[in-house]
Ligand binder design. Structure first.
Ligand code: AMP
Length: 415
């Protein structure tokens, strides 16, 4: 199937061609016809499947056909609600790309920055609004956003909304939507609360399920190092020094942990930056921009901040901490091995994280290959690129639990 077969409007086809999209991804192939018919949709799919275009293209196609450029100021006709600023910006960029040969205009609003610029752009009038829930509710309550002309609504990454505590905000937003609308609901997983939320939002709907987990896990070369907590930074430095030219995304479970990694790498003269919820929007955008253009090689991210990071040449993902939710592992390693590139995902596993590894292997239905022995099986420190004098020759310095785990974890690399 090609995009032409979907009978899209010429300016959209032209934009897709310019983007270099030759054929629809599976979710696009399935969802676009449903949406062009005007039906509601439940999409069980995650970032990386091409879902933004799957909902963006039909919305733009509808708006073009309706020739929505009426008299006076533009009114909001389509709304996309997404959990993070990064995702919101990315979705806005996609809309801009796909609508570049049309008169349609979008704007993006999110929290953590002053609202004045966002309010100005709303006042100028937009066709498509992309928003995170908190700021959206704020601006609705202040009277800057009116939904009387709204016809298309997308709730993106619903399960993430739940994880981030946005569920009440989302319910309030849904209550404010006009009844006569086309609704689209996307979630990577469907726990009970999310099923209930989807029922609240959708009318008669069609369902499209895309499970990239297996495919992603198979495409990415994976490996796990067993390493003590204290030695994780040393192993990270070692791996980064081995591949100075590669773009590497390092995942940390906590914001504090991410900052600590940046400091440690800094001492080892490895430039890196962290992105997480405590960083300002400007800091996050700067780090992400530099990472995308290749001037920053190492980015440390928490899971929430990393959602939607879309870097074409990402060679390596390192799980400094293993996630306690197995699906998160699949999301993380799916950041690499995109498109035709085959990526590598390496994980650090300390004793306490063994149960997480077990759960992950159950989910991906394969064993993550063991990377065998490495230079930091022992207690040596390599924080500043040389042996740390304090721990040199002082094996008693070692943490006993780590030692026990090290022996237990001494696996050979298995192909
Ligand atoms: P998403 O799941 O929306 O975050 O999209 C993941 C990536 O796939 C983005 O970089 C998109 O630009 C890209 N993409 C989306 N649809 C297509 C397509 N049909 N062909 C090639 N790349 C695509």
């Amino acid at each position: 199937m090609t995009f032409k077969d979907l009978k899209l409007e010429p300016p959209i086809l032209k934009a897709l061609e310019k983007q270099g999209y030759t054929k629809p991804t599976p979710i696009q192939e399935q969802a676009i016809p449903i949406l062009l018919k005007g039906n509601d949709l439940l999409g069980v799919a995650q970032t990386g499947t091409g879902k933004t275009a799957a909902f963006g293209i039909p919305i733009l196609n509808h708006l073009l056909k309706e020739n929505s450029l009426g008299q006076g100021r533009r009114k909001i006709k389509a709304l996309v609600v997404t959990p993070t600023r990064e995702l919101a910006i990315q979705i806005g960029e996609n809309f801009t790309a796909y609508s570049q040969f049309t008169h349609l205009r979008n704007t993006v609003i999110f929290g953590g920055v002053k609202q004045s610029k966002q309010v100005d752009s709303l006042k100028q009038g937009v066709d498509i609004l992309v928003a995170t829930p908190g700021r959206l509710l704020d601006l609705i309550n202040q009277g800057y956003i009116v939904f009387s002309n709204l016809k298309y609504v997308v709730l993106d990454e619903a399960d993430q909304m739940l994880d981030m505590g946005f569920i009440h905000d989302v319910k309030k937003i849904i209550a404010k939507l006009p009844a006569n609308r086309q609704s689209l609901f996307f979630s990577a997983t469907m726990p009970k609360t999310i099923v209930e939320l989807s029922q609240r939002m959708l009318g008669d709907f069609e369902r499209v399920t895309i499970k990239p987990e297996q495919a992603t896990a198979e495409k990415v070369k994976q490996g796990v190092y067993f390493v003590s907590k204290n030695n994780k930074p040393n192993l990270l430095i070692h791996l980064l020094i081995e591949r100075p030219k590669d773009s590497v995304l390092v995942f940390s479970r906590t914001k504090h942990g991410a900052n600590k990694i940046v400091k440690t790498l800094d001492k080892a003269k490895i430039k890196s930056a962290a992105i997480h919820g405590n960083k300002s929007q400007a800091q996050r955008q700067k780090a992400l921009g530099e990472f995308k253009d290749g001037s920053l090689k190492v980015l440390i991210a928490t899971d929430i901040a990393a959602r939607g990071i879309d870097v074409d040449d990402l060679a390596l993902v390192i799980n400094f901490d293993l996630p306690n939710v197995s699906e998160t592992y699949v999301h993380r390693i799916g950041r690499t091995g995109r498109a035709s590139a085959s990526g590598i995902a390496l994980s650090f596993c300390m004793g306490d994280e063994r149960p997480y590894l077990k759960d992950i292997e159950k989910l991906i239905k394969q064993q993550v290959p063991r990377m065998g022995e490495h230079p930091f099986m022992e207690g040596a420190d390599l924080v500043d690129g040389s042996l740390n004098k304090k721990s040199q020759g002082r094996p008693n310095n070692r943490n006993r639990t780590d030692d026990k785990n090290r022996d237990k974890n001494r696996y050979r690399y298995q192909k």
